[in-house]
Structure formats: C-alpha cells, structure tokens
Design a protein around this ligand. Sequence first.
Ligand code: ADP
Ligand code: MG
Length: 680
Amino acid sequence: MQQWLFNRIDTLKGVGAKTSEKLADLQLVTLQDLLHYFPRTYLDYSQLKQVRDLQAGEFETCQVSMVRISSKSGFYGTGKKARSCILVSDDTGSLEIVSFNPYIKYEFRVGRKILISGKIKKTFNSRYLQMENPVIEDAEASQHLRTGRIVPVYGGKKGLPKNLLRSLIFQILTLYSEHITECIPADILASNDLMARADAYWNIHFPQNADLLDKARKRLIFEELFLLQCGLLSIKEKNRKLNYGIKHSSDGELVCKITEKLPFSLTDDQLRVLREIKSDMEDIIPMRRLVQGDVGSGKTAVAAIALAKTVENGYQGALMAPTEILAQQHFQTLANLFSSFGCRVALLSARLSRKERGLLLDAIRNHQVDIVVGTHALIQEDIDFSALGLAITDEQHRFGVEQRAKLKAKGENADVLVMTATPIPRTLALTVYGDLDVSIIHHLPPGRKPVRTLLYGFEKREEIYAGVLRQIALGHQVYVVCPLVEENENIDARSVHDVHAELSATWLRGVSCGLIHGRLAPDQKDRIMQAYYKGDISVLISTTVIEVGVNVPNATVMVIENAERFGLAQLHQLRGRIGRGGNESFCVLISDIKQQNIQERLAIMTECNNGLLLAEKDLQLRGPGQFFGHRQHGLPDLKLADIIGDMDVLLLARRAALDVVQDREIPLELQQAIECQLAI
Ligand code: ADP
Ligand code: MG
C-alpha cells in the first residue's frame, strides 16, 4: 500500500493545527484527499505579452523587471490604504503597478525579474499604463504557481489563505509524484491512448498546457470509471466463484398451484423473466438479479412465484418494500395467494407492539413463518431467519448497494432478486447495477388501454373536477396528488390539506374524500388505504406516498396539482397507479406555470407513455443527481466523471474492466486503487 497517501496533511510544511481544522471542514485530511481535490476551474495566465502590446481593459500577463518602488498612503478606492507604486519594464516599454500589499518592497528588490497578471488600466495622471493589484510572482524562482501559467483554482473556504491549496498540492506532487504508481495495466493504457498516472496528477493540478490538461482529465475520468467498473464486476465475479449458494429443485407443486391461482395467465415477458430467475435459483451460484419492468408490468406475480419456489424447497422468503403502504399491500396479495396452501405469510409492520414483534421474530427464527413481508425494518439487526432462501427487494431504486448487501447477509448466500420500475437507461444501469444480472419485462399485460394524459392550466379546474364527478358516477375511483403536506409560504404550490378542504367544500361536495400523506401515523395511513382498496373512499387526496406500487385497478383518474413540481420519471410512476384495470383512464396534469421549458417538459408526458424514454429525457433535463437522488444509488460519488457526458468513456472503461476482471489476475496496484475508490 502506498502509505504516504494516508499521511495527514499536517505532516506538510506550513500546516498547523488551525489550518488542519479548516481543511478538515472541506473533508481534506490525508494527502490523498488533497491529491483528489481537483481544481474547480483554471485561469489561463500562460500567454506572456510584451509591455508594448498590452491593451487597456484587458487582463494580461507579462514578465518584467522591477525598476523603482515607492510607498504612498492616501485615499484610494473606497478607503485609506497604504499602497506601493512600482515601475516595471521589459525591452519594449514600462508599466506602473499599484499594489496594496505592504510587504511587496521586501519581497522583490529592484532589478528582480517578476511575472505579473492583472487588468490593464489607462489613467489620466500617468504616462504609463497601470496594472492594479496584480498577482506577482518571482520569475527567477524555480517554480511559479500563480501566474505565467495555467493556474488551478480550488474551491476554498473562508479563512484559508488564497494560495494555500495550490502550494500544498504542489508540495505533495513535488515530494511524492515519483511514488504515484500506475494502476491501469499497460496494454489498456496504450489501447486507450491514456496518459501515465503521475503525469495526469501533475497536469490536472498544474497543467503545462491546455492539451496536456485535456489528456490528464481524460485519463483520470477513465480511471475513475474503470475502477468503479472493476469494483462492481469483481463483486459479481466473486459471487460467481462462490459455489455454495442454495440449489433449488425444479418446479414443484406449490409453484404450479400459485401460478394457477393467479387470476390471469402470465405474459410471455413474465414467463421469460421467471425462466431466468428459476435457472438462477436452481444453480449453485447465488442469484443476484435485477428485474426491470415499467409500472404495472406485473412484477409482483413474478415475485410471488419465485417465493413459492423457495418455500416449496423448505426455505423462507423475504419481500422488502420501500413504504409501509406497499408492504401492507404485498402482504395482502401474498396472504390471499398462499394461505389456502398452508403457507404462513407474515407482515413485519412498524405498527406491531413490542410484544407482537417479539413473537413474530421468534416465529421467523424458528421457521414458523414461510414468507415475511416488511419495509426496511426487515434488515434491522435483530432479525434472524431460520433458513432464508430468497430475499426480494421491491422498487429497488429506493435502496442502495449497502442495503441490499445487508438483506443478503441475513441468509447464508440466499438468492437475491431486486425489482425496479425506474427504467434506467442502459448505460446508467451499467454503473449503478454493474454487480447484477438484469432481466427486463418489456410489455405490459394485454388488455390495458394506455392512460390518456392531458395538460391544463389552473383555470380549467372546475371542468376537470366535473369530469372527475362523472367517473365517480360510473363507480370508479380517483387520485388527486399534491406536492405538499402543508401550505408553505416559501413554496408556491398546493398542499393536500388545502386541496382536501377546498374540494370537499366545492366541486366534490358530498363525495367521500380521503386524505393521506407521509406524516400520518401508520395505523391512520392503513385505515385510509384499506377504505380506498374497499371502495369506501372515492377520491384519495395524497402526496407522493402513493408513488410506488399501490394497486387499485378500479381507479381511473389521477389529477396532479402543481405538476411542474415533479420530475418526469416521478410523474410516470404516479401515473402508473391508474390504467390498471380494463377501463379507459385519464391523468390530468394541472400547472399554471407558463414558462416555455416547463410547459414543454410537461407536454412530453402527454405524448409519451414509455417509461424508458421518459427516464432518458428526465436524465437529460435534470442530470443524474436529481434523477437518482444523491443517496439512492448507494455508489461513491464520482469526482470528475459525468455519467451522461462521459458515457462513451464509460463504455470503454467497462470493456477494459470486463477484460481485466474476467481474464486476468488483478494486479496488486489495481486492487488497491479499486479499494480506495469504492471504499470497500
Ligand atoms: P408492477 O410491476 O408495477 O409492480 P403489479 O405487479 O402491481 O405491477 O401489476 C399491475 C397489475 O397488473 C395488477 O393489477 C396485476 O394483477 C395485473 N397483472 C399482472 N400480471 C398480469 C397478467 N399477466 N395479465 C393481466 N393482468 C396482470
Ligand atoms: Mg410493484
């Protein structure tokens, strides 16, 4: 291991306790942290001009000799400041420098050659052009960091001297760059035309020229993506080599019975995905599979059959959902399917009393329960399974890598299945789920009429809610979605409370309206959802708590208030709650924001019903951070690479990583670099 990387910054010259503290606030503690603290931007002070060619009004750099220094004090600008006037010249002419640095006359003596960068001014009382408060550096010193070159600019912090980061990083590179070991194998460097690692660190911090800066960036972006891919792929490869997973037998009685009990026959896509799952489960290598299928594509049925398979083999199954509402719903679906065959299905709800919970945990530990459904609670420490055979996480985009690892750790090499409706563009899936195999349900079950999506302004609300009444008269149910729980004076958007009060008093008077949001107590939420499932409530006024999974086929209308506040992928998820039965369904987006880009974004919803296309659009419009939500993907932050902008590099890096992970012994330097990057 390159131990020096982990030396603390205060081992460098010029760093005391105070500075260390300030640096630590920027998460800068070790030399490696600094080395990876890349410039925010650069100033190009590399074009030296002769004094004769300087232009008033321009920012210029030149090399000159000190001719004369004089100190003056007096009013200058906004206050009384001491200033030095320095006359400098080169072979072509002279220039006056005004500096507010009182020490300048001690730093540079007459006759010294200096480099200066600053804005050129013409003043009425001098025959020379003037440069005010320029950056000045000794041109005769062995190196210069602040001018006469492309200068790195780092994100700093109040109280940190302006040039500190620059000089510390320079110090590190000077002391240690010979010890920076190459982590990318030579043939991959050559075939991708990549700069050597030490050169890349030099040039990203102190570029010799623009071309080398480009090459340095390219190399480090490649490195970042390559290490990430190597990490994910070696997790996958390690899993492949672990041949002591659970070997399920081929389909037995319970799988047949459950399949028959489903109120529909499975689609070709569902059958294909199930074949892929079953073949994983029957193999000795533990399953790590992602099922991706648009909202309403029927992933639950697939999960149910996979659970049947593990149960008939004498194991327990776990199904983890991101919300209590969804867990509750899955529990009901599975209990209906399984209980007539003597299988015990349990819901580990946050609502259980301590005693109930204790009893349930015992039952899970003693294998008196076959299938457990729950939320994150399922991965809490005190839950032991007697024989966990299959762990499924539904709506995976809400869980990170870490969490799925935790769930898996509940069973000895249990098979793991993750399901997501977030249609991830393929290249992005490679980075986020690089450690998983992927199965895709492409088509929705037959007989669905596509949801018709309409976009209206605020003034049409009366008509919209008249339409809602007509659907209710036909016996259908309705969702109304609002962005906020409570009014907030800083946000111009509607809340569930406000809309509930308004609708019950006006257009929907006499209709049974329910109200639900994330801040309600679990049993309140439960009661309302149950009433909605049963049809006792016709209109459910809700925040995005119903975004994922909720399945009420009788609901045919969704009205989304302040639709501009939601992303496209999220709107599509929401819209996925309707159009689940055979009836024509409508999604009405209401937005009063007339800005063209917002109207255009929402208009996409009215034209496109394809989750994958929408996700790609969303990604383009909002960037990956927003799309995934920083914490949801559970991968380390990328420092330089931009997943979308650098997709072509990502594909090259992935190819190289596959080659390395599958066909070679991973060299030690590479192994260490991967561990550093993934923090594993
Ligand atoms: P999601 O993939 O979003 O989780 P669900 O599993 O909730 O979707 O399924 C959505 C709806 O489609 C449910 O009402 C379900 O009963 C129904 N469904 C699932 N598979 C089929 C099928 N093969 N034929 C008809 N309806 C189906
Ligand atoms: Mg679902």
